[in-house]
Design a protein around this ligand. Structure first.
Ligand SMILES: Cc1ncc(COP(=O)(O)O)c(C=O)c1O
Length: 395
């Protein structure tokens, strides 16, 4: 596979180097085309009308669920479209029926989206325990084993840290959860776009991810859960499109994913996400992982070679992806990000990266600079990036 060839699908790259894909990814032409096609040819609401346009839109929206389900080896009815990972996680946090004394275990590695929903539950009398990273700054299994107990109802962990790029041992975590009879929610926002995921093998009960980080349109995300939870979990929103029947004093929710998608959904976003997963599948997730590994190796080895640069997270390529945070001695991360833009048209993220508790734990008051790679980046771009780091680190 020649990855340079796919760059024609991303014309925005003609003028700049985009290394902020962990925040949101770029959108390829085939995804834009299906989005335009919806507006031009069959712009209609779904699951409401009997007219031709509505039938076409409903079918395409349903097809998109099937495509996303296939992408993670799930059943179509178990894939719920949300607006992002945050909404997916909140659906679980708000939807489970909690009782005083229940406990949630999460970690310091979490993005705020997988932290605040659990902090909020404290108001309902739910206890929260937080696993700290080990000395190598990765998921600490022994600390986790100490924190999880018989009261633990749910464990919420990120699959890949959006700060360190390191992979959590989900199967090991899952085995421990099963022994303790605890549910497992996996935040896949940084994993699903980059590594092949099979929910049947992962061993979790809930998987949440964002379509806009995997070439899909903004405002798209996914909550996957086993159908067994459908009756146990209250939807986040109630309204049109989610019921089988309504009475004067009650209602009967419908059986499929629609019960969690009350109101008119992001139809065109969902259809765009369906095309995005087709795009990723056509290239192959294995190919993408291999290519990104090569780029990450070049990036990390280059960074480690530069004086005054401090890289966070494991350098073992088998336990990380191309999301790399670093600092340049004595420089504010936001200033560094601005220098990248001004000096070399390179877009990187900076600051607390929506992980304030982790930054505090690491003692990084101003946070860090984060470079994140995806399938459209090249070795030449990595070299330009490294040259720019060298210049900034010298000044
Ligand atoms: C690990 C992780 N979880 C959750 C989120 C939240 O994603 P969204 O803003 O799409 O809800 C992000 C976004 O960067 C993330 O990296």
């Amino acid at each position: 596979m020649n990855f340079a060839e796919i760059r024609v699908d991303f014309p925005i790259l003609n003028n700049l180097i985009y290394m902020d894909s962990a925040s949101t990814s770029l959108t390829p032409e085939p995804v834009l085309n299906v989005v335009l096609k919806y507006y031009r040819e069959y712009n209609a609401n779904v699951k409401r009308g009997v007219h031709r346009l509505s039938q076409v839109a409903s079918q395409k929206y349903k097809d998109a669920h099937r495509k996303v389900a296939d992408f993670i080896s799930a059943n179509e009815e178990e894939v719920i479209f949300t607006k992002n990972t945050t909404e997916a996680i909140n659906t679980v946090a708000s939807g489970l029926k909690w009782k005083t004394g229940d406990k949630v275990v999460t970690t310091l590695l979490e993005h705020h989206s997988n932290f605040l929903p659990w902090l909020r539950l404290k108001r309902l009398g739910v206890d929260l325990d937080i696993v700290k990273p080990d000395k190598n700054r990765i998921f600490d299994v022994s600390d986790f084993e100490e924190k999880i107990d018989d009261r633990t109802r749910l464990v919420a962990v990120t699959h890949i840290s959006n700060v360190l790029g390191t992979v959590s041992p989900i199967r090991e975590i899952s085995a421990i959860c099963k022994k303790k009879n605890a549910l497992l929610l996996v935040d896949g926002a940084q994993s699903v776009p980059h590594i092949h995921i099979n929910v049947k093998e992962l061993g979790c009960d809930f998987l949440c991810f964002s379509g806009h980080k995997m070439l899909g349109p903004p405002g798209t995300g996914v909550l996957w859960m086993k159908e067994d939870f459908f009756d146990e979990l209250e939807p986040l929103t109630f309204g049109g499109g989610m019921i089988d029947d309504v009475f004067f004093d009650s209602y009967k929710l419908t059986s499929g994913y629609e019960r969690f998608e009350g109101g008119t959904p992001n139809i065109v976003g969902g259809i765009g996400l369906g095309r995005a997963v087709d795009y990723l599948k056509e290239i192959g997730m294995g190919e993408i992982r291999g290519y990104e590994k090569r780029l990450t190796k070049r990036l990390i080895e280059g960074l480690l070679d530069i004086e005054n640069v401090y890289v966070y997270g494991s350098t073992n390529l088998n336990e990380r992806i191309g999301v790399v945070s670093f600092n340049i001695n004595g420089l504010n991360p936001h200033d560094v990000a601005l220098m990248f833009d001004e000096a070399s048209n390179i877009m990187v993220r900076s600051g607390h990266l929506c992980c304030i508790p982790l930054m505090k734990y690491f003692g990084l008051k101003e946070g860090a600079v984060r470079v994140s790679l995806y399938l459209y980046n090249t070795e030449e771009e990595v070299d330009t990036f490294l040259d720019t780091v060298k210049k900034i680190a010298k000044c």
